[in-house]
Design a protein around this ligand. Structure first.
Ligand SMILES: *Cc1c(COP(=O)(O)O)cnc(C)c1O
Length: 359
């Protein structure tokens, strides 16, 4: 039986997509083989790959002067891939630190270039984002990097930072495709697939043409944007099944009506869950209201000793993976695109019942 899966990543996928993949698994396109068993260079697979890119371009309205790459190594690989492609060892890059993932990106970038941290929210316990006016790009910085949605802290920017002439680079891993975004504001957008796109294995990079072809000597070819763009992201064997699944998810998003419809749903889901937390007198979410994540909702209960009970009773009610990240504790519900509002309603009902019995 399917449960409601609130995992942060790898995360729940649309049921329709799983059923489609299941129906096609043994005999894909009347080939007598699964999609996993065919050459990535076969006509049939290249068509899948190209359709996935075209559908993503349509969903996000990606301008023609951007390349879309399907890379490996996850978002973590890009923590290195970005300075390797965009900065020299002598130059500097600007970073905004809003939580655990920003911190990791900064730590990795420091191995490849100088890092200026423009705003550091550690002092606020990562419960808010900097004011837009606080972000002043450093003259000559190679790029400005930020994390639009912090998957662990549940903090999401409610604005796109102004970076002037400095290319804006954003780790969209846990918020891509959750609502429309003006791609033209960015030099580069990247996102690991396993939150809102498909299974783990692919990292999507959307990069403006003028930032392609500047990789420093020594950059591994599989992360060299130009080498990968020139070869259709098939310089080596890509994760074909993940690419195929991402394509099915993009088609599913289009069938739902695109990102405006998805955004309205995500807003409704988040409003329902935060409302239940704030109105409970029992649960708490520490994040400033204007920058609460639509995708990852951490929450606590007054007596941390009851957290294990909460998680266990939730599992018994068909609500899985609600334990908080190991670094912060508490609980966390990730409510990505594929989580239906019925799942959030079931969680809210369970939370009410739990609070009544234990509060
Ligand atoms: C999950 C996540 C990552 C790490 O992704 P990997 O694919 O494991 O490298 C990086 N940034 C954010 C915002 C994430 O949510």
């Amino acid at each position: 039986m399917r449960v409601y899966n609130f995992a942060a990543g790898p995360a729940t996928l649309p049921l329709e997509v799983l059923q489609e993949a299941q129906a096609q698994l043994l005999d894909w396109q009347a080939s007598g083989m699964s999609v996993m068993e065919v050459s990535h260079r076969s006509k049939a697979f290249v068509a899948v790959a190209q359709a996935a890119e075209a559908d993503l371009r349509e969903l996000l309205a990606i301008p023609d002067n951007y390349k879309v790459l399907f890379l490996q190594g996850g978002a973590t690989g890009m923590f290195a891939g970005i300075p390797l492609n965009l900065a020299s060892a002598e130059s500097s890059a600007d970073y905004i630190n809003t939580g655990q993932w920003s911190k990791k990106a900064i730590g990795e970038a420091k191995r490849f270039c100088k890092v200026n941290v423009l705003a550091d929210m550690a002092s606020s316990n990562y419960c808010t984002v900097p004011a837009a006016s606080e972000i002043r790009p450093t003259a000559g910085a190679a790029y400005l990097h930020y994390t639009p949605n912090e998957t662990i802290g549940g903090v999401e920017f409610d604005y796109v930072p102004q970076s002037g002439d400095t290319p804006l680079v954003a780790d969209f891993s846990s918020t891509i495709l959750s609502r429309p975004v003006d791609v033209a504001r960015f030099g580069l957008i990247y996102a690991g697939a396993q939150k809102n796109i498909g299974p783990a294995g692919i990292c999507i990079v959307i990069v403006r043409d003028d930032l392609v072809g500047k990789a420093r000597p020594g950059t591994p070819l599989v992360w060299d944007f130009k080498a990968m763009a020139d070869d259709g992201s098939m310089l080596n064997t890509p994760p074909t099944f993940g690419w195929y699944m991402a394509g099915l998810v993009f088609k599913w998003l289009k069938r739902q009506g695109g990102l405006e419809v998805i955004a309205a749903r995500n807003r409704a889901k988040a409003t329902l869950l935060y409302g239940a937390i704030d109105g409970s007198g029992y649960y708490a979410n520490p994040v400033a209201k204007h920058c609460r994540s639509w995708m990852n909702v951490p929450f606590t209960i007054p007596d941390p000793a009851l957290e294990k009970t909460f998680v266990a009773e939730a599992v018994a009610a068909g609500l899985k993976n609600l334990e908080g990240h190991r670094s912060v504790g508490g609980m966390r519900a990730s409510i990505y695109n594929a989580m239906p509002i019925e799942g959030v309603q079931a969680l809210v009902d369970f939370m009410k019942d739990f609070a009544q019995r234990h509060g």
